[in-house]
Design a protein around this ligand. Structure first.
Ligand code: UGY
Ligand code: MN
Length: 247
């Protein structure tokens, strides 16, 4: 959106960031061709992970090796084929892929404007625990469970609950008027994208209207709360670091 008054909802603070799509700027990323890559959250901002939006155009490809990192990719729109290790699978909307360190990967879009949300982080090994296996899945196959007993706020946990995983990626869906039950402050950090609907996000001591497409980074201990507003459910996908000691 061209705004002649220099206004933006985007706000980058020490403890959180809110990024509205009108301010997104692409950068060329190694391994991706015919794709628009926008690094939304990164260590340059103060985060310990990265969150990237990739829009794949006709014949787009992305390839690389996870190296010391792990990678989680979620299909927001369109369809692609992905090869990893000896496997190959099709991913469509709601499809996701988790890759542990040292894995080759190759994505190829099979429809125009396929959009992927990618979380990457340095994998933190745990003595005596083998790193998690690569896996692919579909969000629609994972049941949403009431969050702290609230039927109107449901959580889908996309990755298995196993100590080998040091990241979680979940989808939270709120009926209109539903809320996070209390203001959370926790050691885990979050990277989030609103998938649908709208609401108000409390971040630190500020309240922000948010809607589908918006992105949020929350640093560890950033107080956070959400209420879904409007007449349709609101949902967001978010990253969280899990299963590791503070020291
Ligand atoms: O998993 C979480 O910490 C989640 N309840 N936080 C959030 O939705 N902001
Ligand atoms: Mn939280």
């Amino acid at each position: 959106m061209n705004n002649p008054f220099g206004f933006t909802r985007t706000l980058i603070k020490d403890r959180y960031a809110l990024l509205a799509p009108g301010g997104f700027v692409p950068s060329a990323l190694p391994g991706w061709s015919n794709a628009t890559c926008i690094v939304l959250v990164s260590p340059a901002m103060g985060a310990n992970f990265s969150q990237t939006l990739v829009t794949m155009h006709d014949e787009a490809q992305g390839q690389g090796n996870t190296g010391a990192n792990e990678l989680f990719a979620y299909v927001l729109e369109g369809q692609c084929v992905v090869a990893f290790g000896q496997k190959r699978t099709d991913l469509s909307v709601g499809g996701f892929l988790y890759l542990p360190p040292q894995r080759d990967f190759f994505f190829r879009a099979t429809t125009e404007n396929t959009r992927l949300l990618i979380f990457e982080k340095r994998y933190s090994a745990l003595a005596g625990i083998t790193p998690p296996p690569q896996l692919a899945g579909l969000a629609a196959d994972i049941e949403g469970v009431p969050f702290m007993g609230d039927d109107a706020a449901r959580l889908q946990v996309l990755l298995p609950d196993h100590p080998g995983f040091d990241m979680a990626v979940n989808i939270f869906t709120y009926q209109p008027g539903a809320t996070l039950p209390f203001v959370e402050s926790h050691i885990m950090e979050h990277g989030l994208m609103m998938l649908s609907g709208q609401g108000i996000y409390r971040l630190d001591n500020d309240w922000h209207p948010v809607q589908a497409g918006d992105v949020i980074w929350m640093a560890p201990y950033c107080p956070q709360w959400f209420v879904a507003t409007g007449k349709t459910p609101a949902s967001y996908i978010y990253y969280k670091d899990v299963n590791r000691a503070a020291l």
